[in-house]
Design a protein around this ligand. Structure first.
Ligand code: ATP
Length: 457
């Protein structure tokens, strides 16, 4: 009893809660001494940089995939990886990890697997001051001293790489827009568009060509570096409204797992603001300017290279109520400014009127690939029929094919006809296809009437 009283008087009740962690520490100190272990402390706070340590975050991410196997107490947290639940060790808990180095300490190829142990500590203020630790949260990595070089030169590098991969796989992608923020900066929402190249209605050959181009781009960091070029690529998407330009952008973003920056030029006050927004974009992203012909004053500015768009241009722009961003400002961004922002970016322009665009804006090198998204072909129709009706063949397909050769209809309009109007109705596919055939036949009739009217005039 008197012993307990003296404990209370000394104010070390808090220590009792820490007992398991303290015993652990003592045990590992003994173990280190006995087996000549080494240890590395990785603390959360990076005192020199006044920031959270990147190594600590990397270890936390790495261990989140493996701590559940061994530790008895874990902490769950929602992180910036969004809906993914992350598990980390609780105070005093440890986990063992094994690692097979590429080469062992002697540089021999057949390296042996090594074993290391991670322990997580989270000291409160009492614990901190008594033990003289500055860190509040930290990991201790313990390993046999004979594996020193493998751990320092290979294992820690492996952890940094692996954590980057985990973050990449778990990260949610964002859609950024510059139209909603009061401070004239980007605001973001989670990007969850279901479109993929598998569901995009388009000629399969053309689709494959675009996918190959994107894949080659995403793997060409070294190639661009070797050429001394910025790692960027421009795409111009053109076609009538409803041909799938926006859908194509979503497919690209999902295919490459990039963020999307939807840049609304008409909401930007001047070139300086454009510059600031561009500088604030991240890599692995697609910067989109939709309806470029409506966003910026292009008519009468058919200057080609050596563009020196000037005050006249700005005046015209201001008068027209379009964006005050000038063509020269935009070209500057495409060539010079963008280059200064690092790489792995796509820029995509869309337009319904290719003929209205200034050649300086869309020349190869700025817009590397021009992609036409046209009216619905039979191949594109087959993709839509599969998406909407889950049919790959049907007796009405021949009729649809014949009609599509005569009628210009966008994939959006075809999709509208293929959308079942009543859920669970019998023979849904036939009803929808009949409706489409009917719509196409009417379009032909309307076209004939229009022709007759023109002839009569
Ligand atoms: N090629 C396509 N493949 C699959 N779905 C498509 C395609 N084209 C259009 N659609 C459907 O039509 C809708 C409208 O298409 P989308 O907005 O992509 O066209 P757009 O060419 O960007 O039109 P706008 O020029 O008016 O912006 C999409 O939500 C999609 O469901």
């Amino acid at each position: 009893m008197s012993l307990l009283n003296s404990f209370i008087m000394l104010g070390i009740v808090g220590m009792v809660n820490k007992l398991p962690a303290i015993l652990h520490l003592l045990y590992h100190r003994f173990e280190m001494w006995w087996f000549s272990e080494m240890q590395i402390t990785i603390s959360q706070e990076d005192k020199d940089w006044h920031s959270n340590s990147k190594v600590f975050s990397a270890v936390q991410t790495y261990l989140s995939t493996r701590s559940a196997d061994e530790a008895r107490r874990l902490k769950a947290y929602g992180s910036y990886f969004g809906h993914h639940l992350m598990l980390t060790l609780d105070d005093g808990q440890h986990t063992t990890d094994v690692f097979t180095p590429k080469v062992d300490d002697d540089g021999k190829k057949k390296a042996k697997t090594i074993k290391v142990r991670w322990t997580y500590y989270c000291w409160d203020d009492i614990g901190t001051s008594r033990r003289g630790y500055d860190e509040k949260k930290f990991y201790k990595l313990r390993f046999s001293a004979r594996h020193r070089s493998v751990v320092l030169n290979q294992y820690l590098v492996y952890i940094m790489e692996r954590s980057r991969e985990i973050e990449q796989n778990n990260r949610e992608r964002n859609l950024y827009t510059n139209t909603m923020s009061r401070d004239r900066n980007w605001t973001q929402v989670v990007f969850k568009h279901p479109a993929t190249f598998a569901t995009l209605a388009m000629d399969p050959k053309k689709k494959q060509e675009i996918m190959n181009d994107l894949e080659t781009f995403s793997k060409s960091r070294d190639y661009y570096a070797k050429l001394g070029k910025t790692w960027k690529r421009g795409y111009l998407l053109y076609g009538p409204p409803g041909s799938g330009k926006s859908t194509m952008i979503a497919c690209m973003a999902n295919f490459l797992e990039y963020n999307v920056y939807d840049l609304e030029l008409t909401a930007i006050s001047d070139n300086t603001e454009l510059r600031r927004l561009i500088v604030n974009t991240g890599s692995k992203s697609i910067i989109v300017i939709e309806d470029i012909d409506c966003s910026i004053h292009l008519s009468g500015t058919r200057e080609t290279e050596g563009v020196s768009h000037n005050n006249d241009e700005e005046k015209k722009t201001a008068d027209s109520g379009q964006s005050k961003v000038t063509l020269s400002g935009l070209l500057n961004f495409l060539d010079g400014l963008w280059a200064a922002c690092g790489g792995e970016r796509l820029i995509v322009f869309t337009t319904n009127h290719l003929e209205k665009l200034d050649p300086a804006l869309v020349r190869r090198g700025r817009m590397d690939m021009h992609i036409e998204l046209g009216y619905c072909s039979f191949e594109a129709f087959k993709v839509l029929a599969k998406n909407f009706l889950e049919v790959e063949e049907h007796p009405l397909f021949e009729k649809v094919k014949e009609l599509l050769e005569k009628v210009q209809i966008t994939p959006a309009d075809v999709a509208e006809q293929l959308m079942p109007k009543k859920l669970l109705a019998d023979d849904q596919a036939s009803r929808c296809l009949e409706r489409l055939v009917h719509t196409l036949q009417n379009a032909i009739k309307d076209g004939r009437k229009e022709e007759e009217k023109t002839d009569a005039m």
